[in-house]
Design a protein around this ligand. Structure first.
Ligand SMILES: C[S@@+](CC[C@H](N)C(=O)[O-])C[C@H]1O[C@@H](n2cnc3c(N)ncnc32)[C@H](O)[C@@H]1O
Ligand SMILES: Nc1nc2[nH]cc(C(=O)O)c2c(=O)[nH]1
Ligand code: SF4
Ligand SMILES: [Mg+2]
Length: 210
């Protein structure tokens, strides 16, 4: 099976419980909740996306014919002779493409595998860190994992019942966009009133790194 990749880059995880951790990001092309075209945004199921995931034109992007060729490119981004490579699979929606062969190849090459997903598709076994970020109006299949990270606020998506689900950590991530200042204040207030929830600020945006 081949893999379509927008870009591969080395940065710090900016979000959630692993914020600050060096990671190689593999951003897959395509998503099932938005085409990625601005003219489709208003009628997309997920209409607040902050990411360009169309095509294969980013650094390290392309069509990789097999798992080993993609893993080689990922490994080339990690500093040699150091800590176990920490690889974040994102997109777009990574679970449209991430399969057992790719996870096994990453593990065989010594990597730990983290996934950022919208939770609409089931996940192959073996993921080391699963972050689920459900979207209002989309089917929600993956209801357990390491962290639940809700972009907040979303109309019709009250966080309180979600805190009963079997996740280890719960984050609200203020929706970036024209109302960011207000959304940040709402998220701070919600976390203070419901301490199960922690604030996830998108550290990479504050730092000006990818
Ligand atoms: C670009 S998505 C890619 C992974 C997957 N499709 C998903 O939605 O989880 C990565 C993370 O960014 C979050 N996100 C996307 N747009 C955002 C925005 N405008 N403000 C805050 N978080 C956003 C998503 O909720 C998700 O947690
Ligand atoms: N630094 C950094 N951290 C991230 N965590 C999740 C990201 C994503 O786009 O999925 C992301 C990203 O794009 N950059
Ligand atoms: S599900 Fe994720 S990648 Fe897809 S449009 Fe929404 S935030 Fe962007
Ligand atoms: Mg991002």
């Amino acid at each position: 099976m081949s893999y379509w990749v927008k870009e591969i880059f080395y940065s710090l995880q900016g979000e959630g419980a692993q914020a600050g951790r060096p990671a190689v990001f593999c951003r897959f092309t395509g998503c099932n909740l938005w085409s990625g075209r601005e003219e489709d945004r208003a009628r997309a199921i997920c209409c607040f996306c902050d990411t360009d995931f169309r095509g294969t034109d980013g650094t390290g992007g392309g069509r990789y014919p097999d798992a080993q060729s993609l893993v080689n490119q990922i490994l080339a981004c990690w500093p040699t002779g150091s800590e176990r490579p920490y690889v974040v699979m994102t997109g777009g929606e990574p679970l449209l493409q991430l399969d057992t062969a790719l996870i096994e190849t990453l593990h065989r090459n010594g990597c730990a595998v983290a996934v950022e997903t919208n939770g609409t598709r089931s996940a192959p076994p073996g993921i080391d860190w699963l972050c689920v970020s459900p979207k209002a109006g989309a089917p929600w299949v993956l209801r357990q994992g390491d962290e639940l990270k809700l972009a907040y606020p979303q109309i019709g998506f009250d966080p309180s019942p979600l805190a009963m689900l079997p996740f280890n950590m719960f984050f609200l991530q203020p929706l970036d966009g024209p109302d960011y200042t207000r959304n940040l204040q709402l998220a701070i207030a919600y976390c203070k009133a419901h301490p199960t929830w922690r604030l996830s600020i998108q550290l990479h945006k504050c730092l000006g790194i990818p």
